[in-house]
Design a protein around this ligand. Structure first.
Ligand code: TRP
Length: 452
């Protein structure tokens, strides 16, 4: 069985995406999501946005604009899990579990926090002036985003590499403290797209909102044209040879052109194409490639309830993964039901003595359930809820009868079936197929009748 790669990335919802965001992050992410061997999780990091912005209108507008940009850009929501961070209550819950194991000293070293402190000190202010706990804990929330879905690859800009490393650090610590030899969390890796050029802005510096040198992406053809007309060029007149390699207008063209278009444009510049005409060519190229998406963008923005529906579906998909996983993590740290005391009993008195696998029956509300534990006390199987104890007993008996077990795998877990009915599910969390299969093997061993 091939293991699929889980790709996850968040987009902080402040601001309106511009051409540089599109070429640098959005377009490559949409392309990556088309890989048949990848499962992509892309989300609007709107809790992160609150750290930097206390203007509700701006938060709301940006969430919509960013959602519409990704959708208009061709993101296929049937293939990708596309959601808003704030629709997943499991994320702040996991954030707290991680906050309790994250070392304060680790967070002291975060670049974003340190930069704010340095600036305060420089200005002769209190080191922590204006720094919220949100800013300070930013990397823990980001770790929860990543670890919640056991992402393998996290495409980010260079400034975020440290945060991904912190996610590893925090995840590892949690694994070590609560994993009991198992790894709850997969270790994520930052993915830096070397081949994606950062686009230059109108003045030749990196295109960025903070330099006020951006080319708008989907607002309107006119806005795009106006911005392009403001691209700074040298003063060579029409007819004079231009130097494509020292022209950021050419760099911009390159980022969207085919090799053939690029070669042609280069030739024309060398032959003295005027800058006005060159700007026209750039506009034609961009408009040709982005015009249709711009239409879609405006349609989406005009029907917010359609987007809301899509995002609700995304949230549902994401929560189907997050909720059962979080339940296991809560269990691991000791946030368990009072009704089901078996773990307590085992760890306190019987665990060390237990030499063979065991089956523990217990009541939960009005129903009857049981667990199968391996010889080392680790949970292997949790039964469904049965209305009466007799039924539960009969199922246990059948499972131990030595008959061939009907075990069906499902993602990284498995179910046990009897007479056309699913009677139990795996209770451990497995991070990959190999671990799951080992769990199935352990269950077979545990349920093999002992002959002595
Ligand atoms: N901090 C990231 C940024 O500003 C956004 C983000 C939030 C993120 N959570 C994430 C990116 C999880 C990758 C994975 O770019």
């Amino acid at each position: 069985m091939t293991t699929r790669t889980r790709i996850l990335t968040g987009i902080t919802t402040t601001g309106t995406p511009h051409l540089g965001n599109y070429a640098g992050a959005i377009r490559p992410a949409i392309l990556a999501s088309e890989d048949a061997n990848a499962d992509s999780f892309y989300f609007l990091a709107d809790y992160h946005a609150l750290i930097k912005c206390d203007d509700p209108q701006r938060i709301q507008r940006s969430r919509m604009e960013i959602a519409a940009t990704w959708l208009a850009g061709g993101l296929d929501v049937n293939r990708v899990t596309f959601y808003r961070q704030s629709d997943i209550p499991e994320i702040p819950e996991l954030t707290w579990l991680l906050t309790c194991v994250a070392a304060k000293g680790l967070l002291n070293r975060a670049h974003a926090y340190k930069a704010s402190v340095d600036k305060n000190v420089e200005n002769g202010e209190d080191p922590d002036a204006g720094i919220s706990m949100g800013l300070y804990s930013y990397p823990v929330l980001m770790a929860a985003d990543i670890l919640m879905f056991n992402a393998h690859k996290v495409p980010v800009g260079r400034d975020q590499i440290q945060h991904v490393e912190m996610a590893r650090d925090i995840g590892q610590r949690f694994n070590h403290l609560f994993g009991n030899g198992k790894e709850f969390f997969t270790m994520p890796e930052a993915l830096i797209e070397e081949s994606v050029a950062t686009l230059p802005g109108l003045d030749g510096r990196k295109m960025s909102k903070s330099y006020d040198n951006t080319i708008p992406l989907f607002t309107s053809a006119k806005d795009m044209k106006d911005a392009i007309s403001r691209i700074v060029t040298d003063s060579r007149a029409p007819g004079e040879a231009k130097d494509p390699d020292n022209s950021h207008l050419f760099t911009l063209y390159q980022a969207f052109a085919t090799k053939a278009q690029e070669a042609q444009f280069r030739g024309e510049l060398l032959e003295g194409l005027g800058w006005g005409e060159a700007k026209n060519r750039l506009f034609q190229l961009l408009d040709g490639q982005l015009g249709e998406a711009r239409e879609r963008y405006h349609q989406l923005m005009a029907r917010p309830s359609d987007m809301e529906d899509l995002l609700q579906v995304g949230a549902k998909k994401a929560r189907a993964v997050a909720a059962p996983f979080l339940a296991k993590l809560r269990e691991a740290v000791g946030l368990r039901s009072f009704v089901n005391q078996d773990n307590f009993t085992i760890s306190n008195s019987k665990k060390k003595a237990a030499k063979s696998s065991r089956i523990l029956s217990f009541r939960e509300g009005d129903s009857f359930r049981f667990r199968v534990l391996a010889a080392d006390g680790s949970p292997l199987l949790l039964s469904s809820e049965f209305a009466d104890g007799k039924k539960a007993g009969a199922v246990i008996k059948q499972l131990q009868s030595g008959q061939t077990l009907d075990i069906r795998t499902e993602a990284y877990g498995f179910n046990v079936w009897l007479d056309g009915e699913c009677v139990a599910e795996s209770s451990a969390f497995y991070v990959d197929a190999a671990q799951r299969d080992a769990g199935i093997e352990a269950l077979r061993v545990a349920l093999t009748p002992i002959e002595d």
